[in-house]
Design a protein around this ligand. Sequence first.
Ligand code: BZD
Length: 839
Amino acid sequence: DSSSAGQEDDRERRGISERASLDKRALRRSFLDNLLYVQGKFPRLATKNDYYLALAHTVRDRLMQRWISTAAAYTTQCSRTVCYLSAEFLMGPHLGNNLINLGIYDVAAEVVGELGLDLEDLLYQEEEPGLGNGGLGRLAACFIDSLATLEVPALGYGIRYEYGIFHQTLSDGWQVEKTDKWLRFGNPWELARPEWAVEIKFGGHTEQYTDEHQRLRVRWVAARIVNGVPYDTPILGYHVNTANTLRLWKAEAPESFDFGQFNRGDYAGAVTQKIVSENLSKVLYPNDEQEAGKELRLQQQFFFVSCSLQDMLRILQIQRIPVEKFHEKFAVQLNDTHPSIGVAELMRLLVDEQLLAWDTAWDITCKSFGYTNHTLMPEALERWSLPLFQRVLPRHLEIIYEINARFLDQVRIRFFGDEARIARLSLIEEQGPRYVRMANLACVGSHAINGVADLHTELLKQDVLKDFYELCPEKFSNKTNGVTPRRWIVLANPRLTSLITETLGDGWIRDLDLLRGLESHIDDAAFVQRWQAVKRANKADLATHIERRLQISIDPDSLFDVQVKRIHEYKRQHLAALHIVALYCRIKANPNIEMVPRTFIFGGKAAPGYHMAKLMIKLITAIGDVVNFDPDVRGRLKVAFLPNFSVTNGQRIYPAADLSEQISTAGKEASGTGNMKFQMNGALTIGTMDGANIEIMEEVGKENFFQFGLLTPEVYAWQARGYRPQECYERSPALREVIDLIGSGYFARGDSSVFKPLIDVLLRYDPYFLLADFDSYVACQDEVSAVYKDKHRWARMAILNSARSGKFSSDRTIRQYCSEIWNVDKVPVRLLSQEDVEA
Ligand code: BZD
């Protein structure tokens, strides 16, 4: 009956609250203990960083039991495991995420609050591990979060760069790079595992010999050996016991000194050797989408891939699984071609070291690897000049020749006499200087090849990887990207999280499709009002942050128009800049013109050697320096370039955006993932029909999306016809005025030379069709402003965007990889007790 049920409820509630207060007391105790025993500080002398580290250790202690339990479950069950090979993992700060996933964020906030501290303050003490450039590295981070949350056995393998992506500052509007010494104050989240170090060979030559069975074999006599030492970080799933491992490799010299050299008196030479070895994992290359062909980069790639594959063989051995079953135990995913040398390295390990027959080894290799492509930009496709490759990896070159010979034999039979096709499919580029083509190696050595959005996969099939598609169409599939709602909603946007959870319960955090439930609240005035209040408060927070950082005042009621991403001509930040100048020209022509006030917020890093990208940053800041202070503007336009866009800064920015700028030239952006973070947080998108924008529009409906610009086939047609940007310039008076104003030096104190290179490219070549899309973009932005005037309509559209963002959870993406490529199942983890662990 109801009264006893009520009593039970009551008891249960009391039980929960007792447990909670116990949790809280225990948390407080270990926090203060860690301050004393780990940091060696009394509260009175402790710095904020001491408190951060004490809290980090408190959380880490709570991760350990789950980590051990997970390892035990995987070992006893010999479960099939995903190995995600990625040169980049752009994790972002760990503390907040771990508090969320452990379910103790609020309690931790209370504990530190009672000690007179602010949890957010402590969270900001953490130096984020910026071990990635952008989307590709961040995708790897979202994927390992989802794998753990879905309780799938997985290892992330990568490089423990000592210096991550550079820290960006601005000086007179120009980007200046500072080194990222993220390990300066130590890293409480990792554990070194020197007992599992492996040896990595470089250079030298190969020799043939006959083994005891009179079989001809090859041995690689290396010129140099480097040690790889694994550093493990636990990756906890959301509200589960699963804690997977991110295993990053650090390069070390095998001996601290070369004693031969040392005894010969060449002390400096011996130390130099050590430095050369350790340089391998010293620094992340900051170039995205531009292949530089640097020797150290190839060495880095081989280093972490060989470390990881050897580690997998070690795991097979301790689990007593025969090496012939490598592919049954491991699903190895190549995050772009950066780890694709793994195809040749696994062949070498299996054939030269494990002594398997070539055909057996090849079968295992192809069944193990999957390859994800992330780009359509031809200049981003990795190739290594043959002499360089030969110098660094002589044995692998032989293996690649053998793979190629066998592969091309098959192609010749299928496509008799089609020499052009054979030349295109070859792993070696032969016209002009010779190169090893890494995408071809990845395609040949994998059983599955995927793109990261519908359009991207279609373009791979029709264009970039057409020949491989025609050869093996069954290998190809699409896996549209996603992002983790734990970091990008729950952690980044606590106000929205509370509103959604109060409305729908908290199931949406693990099943983002449940956000659809918000649609039925669209006519609930109170709900809409709360929604607006959340956005307003997030905007006020960001405004305060910008005012502090940039000394410009920001109106939280203005439309926050945001573009944050790496700076690239194809991403067209300069198209947004042209639009700002167009609005400015309207004001100058008619100072009393009515205009929806806008704050343009930009953020993003330029590759240090990419001059045009650096000039794009300078253009934006220069426009800001004029527009922000021109009295005629009367605060209607503000332009803020936030330096050092990062995961940490992203967490402040996405929740405060009204408008998400996704304006790449159609057919250029593989997917985009920032677009999804904005959508989840209730921003509307202005975008081209590119990458995942198309799928976002499909989900939210045309009427809730601001679409503009040429479509991919139109871009191709213009290219084929011969595009003359000058004609667009002559046809559009608004465009002419904007280009002429920038060209005149108006935004450079009259110096017309500053932006000349940028303007010249636009008028002469405009390879990314800014001028072709300009009028369409400006018209679409006018529509945005018109809609924004109707605050209620805007809010409804924003709610629908959030409500329909379920598809873009990385949980959905990972489920598809698991069932369609990896063939792995979840392995729930039972928490071991203290006694279990000790037994
Ligand atoms: O990968 C990006 C694409 O440009 C995005 O469209 C896509 O959404 C994401 C995730 O799939 N690519 C990168 O971020 N690439 C790099 O960062 C990179 C890094 C090193 C070398 C080459 C490219």
